[in-house]
Ligand binder design. Sequence first.
Ligand SMILES: Cc1cc2nc3c(=O)[nH]c(=O)nc-3n(C[C@H](O)[C@H](O)[C@H](O)COP(=O)(O)O)c2cc1C
Length: 346
Amino acid sequence: MTQQTTSVLPGFKLGKFDISPPLALAPMAGITDLPFRRICRRFGIGLTVTEMIASRAVEFGCERTERMAELDKDESPVSIQIAGSDCKYVVDAALWAVDHGADFVDINMGCPVKKVVKQVAGSAMLRDEGLVARVIDAVVKAVDIPVTLKIRTGWDSESKNVENIAHIAEDNGIQMLTVHGRTRAQMFSGKASWEDIGLAKAAVSIPVIGNGDIVDGESALEMIRQSGCDGIMVGRAVQGNPWILEQVHAAIMGLPKPEKPNAEEVWDVVHEHMLHLADFHGVKRASKLVRKHVPWYSKGHRGSAEFRSSFQTVFDWNAQIETAKAYFLSDIHHEETGERGLDVAV
Ligand SMILES: Cc1cc2nc3c(=O)[nH]c(=O)nc-3n(C[C@H](O)[C@H](O)[C@H](O)COP(=O)(O)O)c2cc1C
């Protein structure tokens, strides 16, 4: 008998692409490189976004910037995210993104980092609605692919302008809006306001993606209920736990809750992630990056604290693989004896 499913979110069209499921991996600088996105694509997402690429960095044309825009041949639909407030440089960066195979160009007006804000880019642009309109208009007119926008709800609680920005975005040709439900002043503290995401949704007819504090299928459904958003974007909770994407995917598609991964499945993903990092960045750099990524996977597992500190003392690539393998597969023993070692928070 085939199972009847009722999708909570139907998905939507963006240019010639179906965003289905309407579930995106959030762009995260220093994290969502090609290897990370490759891993996450196994878990039912409908859209990936590169890390933010500063338009001035594109102008300098360094190797590192080129690598940030590298996409897998079958990675589609995918956005390249750009940032900046000088129309000339932002337009050049958008055209460069098209040349690099982006399906969409995403403009960042949410980054709260001081270095970015000081140049009146990222979330600082929300304080100048005229500038927001000019930059969007210039990019939309320059490229022939859909342009999307990612914002916060405003600069601070006194100057929230999420509805105004949503209107400006739609009026100037933005085809999809992502709202992180925090102001710049909040940085990453406090709770994301899913109701504020709802204000943007009610203001426009373009698809609105809700973002902020999604940690499982239940929180995704609650965000949809509170905001009426058309799609979900998940960021920090995916670090070391891509199974969360599977959970959110199942929830929004009306599918049964997936099983927790067993020890072998966790190790397979950790191992594959390590190999992708080495393949993409080279072993020397991968060896540094795994010190960040691999300990994240141990969160919630037996002996995680000890593993995290001991893993930081291993520098040789093969030893890093062996140490991680021994740790993650040690949970098989506990599974066989009925003592559940894995407690991945999915
Ligand atoms: C380390 C880190 C880097 C980030 N880099 C970017 C970025 O490059 N572009 C962007 O639009 N947002 C960036 N963000 C914000 C996330 O995309 C997302 O909006 C935010 O983390 C809230 O979602 P979450 O609660 O699901 O993590 C970053 C967040 C973190 C934690």
